[in-house]
Write a protein that binds this ligand. Structure first.
Ligand code: ZXY
Ligand code: CA
Length: 512
């Protein structure tokens, strides 16, 4: 019995909900499609100094080169081998990035595509990012190597071999996701190859993994792979530390598979979060900000300690995927900043900030026919560098939302109020809300079509604070608005409905 209990406890402990970040850091940023050299520089010059705890990177292993359409972003979700060789860079550049980011306290979380290899219609050849060959007809991937025996062709029972019905959990796990060759994850050999890949990354110094398409893998197969992972590199992490795990499970309800099946392995993406927050901030479906009072589990979300949350991701920012048109993105910058501001102010979940590249949308019958467009690239297909302008914005069509003042300052707000509960909640009957985090920070939103002119209890110590949305504290002054908190903790807030950013935030690290 004792041994049994020990095994159960050890089994639970192997789930890794903790991102292993430096003390006081609370958020990661997804630098979607960035080159390793640019990420290394960004860690040193920006992310470390500005409170970001980590980076989710695009898949680092070799993928098929898709030419029709021309080099779409999703080609990176079609692996050919586990060699660290993609449009983002080679192995040496990868190692350099991990080392340099770790050395400034910004950790790397790897997007891991382990459910499948490339699509069965890819044919055969060496048109891959490192020249490894593949033959989809014979299911040969000599760069790993995988062969026919390593795929689920025999286990899948649908006529097409593809997932045909999301109401059938077995086919969602054992058939091909849109033609992608589905790995037999119950096989010891396949588990071993995937664990070798992940352990190689752990050895290099990464801090965790995003498990792509987790809905399409049996939770027990994921667990078996995780059980083979070694401890994190002790050059940067405490001895015995385990990789942070967050599983991509798109669960908006209504399918056979639910996010909760994956809690035993680590955190899970909460896709309801961005879909609902988009509705609230857009004021669709009769939603209003006042209803955010019980945001979190009160809205039917998973437990906060299991949730990985985000306003948009690389998939649903393109108008398809979970959430559809309610999802807020950089294209709706004013509303987006409010959404990300709310997310970073609210204690629910572990937060991920999105950082995108720009593309020209072209809506045909409500669908963006340019949703496939890959990263800014040169005529030879190589990804363009992220250049930094004099005003700290990014060039070459990199959007760099994570550098927007409102977003970056709210990452620092979240760090400042870490561990504090929501306090002093206030709302009108519509879209004006305010709340504090203990006595460390306070945020006020006016998403109504009328001016906001209120005196509210902030719970903060008396003094003068810089608004970190319109500006910030620099030395002994505020670059923009300032707020006086009286000795009773109250403060006056004025937010015109026409304000460039109709919200305002103060915290103890922005006090004069
Ligand atoms: N793609 C376009 C064309 C090809 C890529 C598309 O129309 N796909 C059909 C819809 C299925 O969407 C996909 C999902 O996950 C993927 C997909 C994918 C994961 C991959 C690679 C993929 O196509 O190609 O590693 C997916 C799975 C779900 C779900 C919704 C979507 O509820 O369980 C896409 C690509 C989407 O739309 C994509 C790619 C990578 C991701 C992701 C979505 O990490 O979250
Ligand atoms: Ca599968």
């Amino acid at each position: 019995m004792k041994l049994f209990l020990l095994l159960v406890v050890a089994g639970l402990c192997s789930a890794q909900y903790n991102p292993n970040m430096m003390d006081g850091k609370t958020s990661i940023v997804h630098l979607f499609e960035w080159r390793w050299a640019d990420i290394a520089a960004e860690c040193e010059r920006y992310l470390g100094p500005n409170g970001y705890g980590g980076v989710q990177i695009s898949p680092p292993n070799e993928n098929i080169v898709v030419t029709n359409p021309n080099r779409p972003w999703y080609e990176r979700y079609q692996p050919v081998s586990y060699k660290l060789c993609t449009r983002s860079g080679n192995e040496q550049q990868f190692r350099d990035m991990v080392t340099r980011c770790n050395n400034v306290g910004v950790f790397i979380y790897v997007d891991s595509v382990i459910n499948h290899m490339c699509g069965s219609s890819a044919g055969s050849g060496t048109r891959s990012t490192c020249g490894s060959s593949y033959s989809t007809g014979t299911r040969d991937f000599p760069g790993v190597p995988y062969s026919k025996l390593d795929f689920n062709d025999n286990k899948c029972t649908t006529r097409s071999g593809d997932i045909e019905n999301y109401a059938d959990a077995s086919q969602v796990r054992d058939c091909r996701l849109v033609d992608l060759l589905d790995l037999a994850l119950e096989k010891d050999y396949v588990r071993g190859k995937i664990a070798d890949f992940m352990n190689n990354l752990i050895g290099i110094g990464v801090a965790g993994f995003r498990l792509d398409a987790s809905k399409h893998m049996w939770p027990g197969d994921i667990k078996a792979i995780l059980n083979r992972l070694g401890d994190l590199n002790t050059k940067w992490f405490p001895s015995g530390a385990k990789a942070f795990i967050f599983q991509e499970v798109i669960d908006l309800g209504g399918e056979a598979i639910s996010a909760s099946e994956y809690f035993g392995n680590g955190r899970v993406t909460e896709f309801k979060y961005g879909a609902m927050l988009g509705n609230v901030i857009r004021k669709w479906n009769g939603e209003k900000m006042a209803y955010l009072k019980n945001w979190g589990e009160g809205w039917g979300f998973m437990p906060t300690d299991k949730a990985l949350v985000f306003v948009d991701n690389h998939d649903n920012q393109r108008g398809h995927g979970a959430g559809g048109s309610s999802i807020l993105t950089f294209f709706d910058a004013r509303l987006y900043k409010m959404g990300v501001g709310f997310m970073l102010a609210h204690p629910y979940g572990f937060t991920r900030v999105m950082s995108s590249y720009r593309w020209t949308r072209n809506f045909v019958d409500g669908k963006d026919v340019n949703d496939w467009i890959g990263p800014p690239s040169n005529s030879d297909g190589s990804t363009k560098a992220v250049t930094i302008n004099a005003d700290s914005t990014c060039g070459n069509d990199w959007v760099c939302e994570h550098r927007w003042r409102e977003i970056m300052n709210m990452v620092l707000f979240r760090n400042a109020v870490d561990g504090e509960a929501v306090a002093n909640w206030w709302n009108n009957t519509g879209n004006q809300i305010a709340f504090g985090r203990g006595s460390k920070g306070f945020i006020v939103f006016n998403n109504d079509n009328s001016n906001m002119d209120v005196t509210l209890m902030t719970g903060l110590p008396a003094g003068t604070y810089c608004d970190v949305i319109s500006g910030q504290k620099e030395g002994t002054r505020c670059t923009s608005k300032q707020i006086s908190v009286a000795s009773d903790g109250s403060a006056h807030f004025l937010i015109p409905t026409t304000a460039e950013d109709p919200f305002l935030a103060i915290h103890v690290n922005a006090k004069l």
